[in-house]
Design a protein around this ligand. Structure first.
Ligand code: C5P
Length: 218
């Protein structure tokens, strides 16, 4: 398992984060949340007054923030310019803005290179939108998680106080459309990925199913 790379892709709310951490924990692997990296860049841009509606302005500063990712599945962390950013990257403001930043090719080029560096010789579960297609196309295990729009929205609004399922559903639909229609590395299922619909499953069942696929493939 030491050199194994497990690519976990899918839209928001499909259960990627909890499942990826659970699988990494079960197998003693590292865990990388690539969404947190896009969120961290977005947070930095917002706090530095960069106009996110202007892709050229975002591209011009894409190399500036210094990211440090912690890959322990029990305590994943993200720091920007040396400061812990785990809280700030989860705010509604960042969530609403991240798809515009992640569509900028210079941002993607930078982060894909950093993600490949962190993956290194493997031994890691990596979650995102383009892991099986772009970041680690040779990963021996690729899982594409889906869930119904209602299930995804219900999970997210249970995590975030004060948001209704309907508002959550609309916000997610908007983000999914932006993520899957952008020109560079859109969210799409790799042809060799195993699709797993998590709608009827609880977390333990999702983890068990992913572990079953891994056992079958490696
Ligand atoms: O996974 P999470 O919802 O935290 O991701 C936040 C955003 O980061 C996504 O909506 C998407 O715009 C971007 N992202 C991406 N490629 C990845 C991971 C995340 O474009 N590999």
């Amino acid at each position: 398992m030491t050199g194994l790379v497990v690519a976990m892709d899918g839209p928001s709310g499909s259960g990627k984060s909890s499942a990826s951490r659970g699988v990494a924990r079960a197998l003693g692997l590292r865990y990388l949340d690539t969404g947190a990296m896009y969120r961290a860049i977005t947070w930095w841009m917002l706090s530095h007054g960069v106009d996110l509606a202007d892709p050229e302005a975002v591209a011009a500063r894409a190399q500036e923030p210094v990211l440090t990712m912690g890959t322990d599945p029990d305590a994943p962390s993200v720091a920007v310019d040396g400061a812990d950013a785990a809280g700030p990257v989860r705010t509604a403001e960042v969530t609403a803005a991240v798809s515009a930043v992640s569509a900028v090719p210079e941002v993607r080029r930078r982060l894909v290179a950093e993600q490949r560096e962190i993956i290194g010789a493997g031994g890691i579960v990596v979650e995102g939108r383009d892991i099986g297609t772009v970041v680690a196309p040779d990963a021996p295990v690729k899982i594409y998680l889906t869930a119904s729009a209602d299930a995804r929205a219900a999970r997210r609004s249970a995590e975030l106080d004060g948001t209704t399922v309907e508002a959550q559903k609309a916000a997610m639909a908007r983000r999914d459309t932006l993520d899957s229609t952008r020109k560079t590395d859109p969210l799409t299922m790799a042809p060799d990925a195993v699709e797993l619909d998590t709608t009827p499953l609880n977390l333990d069942e999702v983890i068990a199913e992913v572990l079953r696929v891994i056992k079958e493939k490696v």
